[in-house]
Write a protein that binds this ligand. Structure first.
Ligand SMILES: [Zn+2]
Length: 248
């Protein structure tokens, strides 16, 4: 009798799992952490130490990749740091400025400029063609300085003209944490009215329809720096990115 019960149970579990698809089943997401290699990006200060953009946004991208995969989606990064996985959970630690990140699928070290951006785009566009039946999104992740303004705080999403849903979905998911910028949290690429220059990474060379660049914060704002060096917040940034894709 007990054996029969175990057999029934064993048969029932995979059936249930197959019926209920995970929340990001059918998604293919390209995560594009800003800068890397010889280009550390922007920087700020935490406890007298220099905090550089590329190491932190790379960590957020790795976390988002793990969460998206755990929710049944595909997630791929445009650059790779073969040295480490997700970074230390110690909030007081400041990541050193590592210079060895390479473009995914290549041996060349990441550097600033259009050639480098095109390496990222070539990889993403290849994936875009490879998974025509998936829901597809391109998400560049940055954490920049906003002029000399120390007051500007929080997340801004720069969307491409072709992107209709992703930016709004991100507005909702980051809004749930109250992390959006007070002024114009979602802006269009190249919108002069907000001083947004036309970003190559979101223009026509990027074949994705849903494509955004997220600025997670402002290195001149102490609250934002406090947030990004905190692994708990980086995990939440990553979760906000992943959950924005649920229920499309
Ligand atoms: Zn940046």
């Amino acid at each position: 009798m007990r054996l029969l019960f175990v057999l029934i149970l064993a048969a029932a579990i995979p059936l249930t799992a197959a019926q209920k698809k995970p929340p990001l089943y059918g998604w293919m997401v390209v995560l594009d952490p800003g800068h890397g290699g010889t280009d550390p990006g922007s920087s700020g200060n935490f406890a007298g130490k220099r905090v550089v953009e590329d190491e932190y946004v790379y960590d957020v991208a790795l976390r988002a990749q793990r969460i998206i995969k755990s929710m049944g989606g595909l997630a791929l990064l445009t650059i790779q740091d073969r040295r480490t996985g997700e970074r230390s959970p110690r909030a007081q630690e400041v990541f050193p400025d590592y210079r060895g990140e390479t473009y995914t699928g290549r041996t060349s070290v990441v550097r600033a400029g259009t050639w480098g951006l095109n390496q990222r785009l070539a990889y993403g566009n290849m994936l875009n063609r490879k998974y025509p039946k998936h829901n597809r999104a391109w998400i560049s992740i940055h954490f920049d300085v906003v002029g000399r303004n120390r007051q500007i705080e929080g997340v801004r999403v720069i969307k491409s003209r072709t992107s209709t849903k992703l930016a709004e979905a991100l507005r909702r998911s980051f809004g749930a944490y109250n992390w959006l910028r007070e002024f114009a949290p979602v802006v269009e690429n190249g919108d002069d009215a907000y001083g947004i220059r036309s970003l190559h990474i979101l223009n026509g060379g990027n074949r994705f329809r849903e494509k955004v660049l997220i600025e997670l914060g402002n290195f001149n704002n102490t609250t934002d720096v406090w947030r990004v060096r905190n692994p708990v917040t980086r995990e939440a940034y990553a979760r906000a990115i992943a959950t924005s894709l649920v229920g499309w």
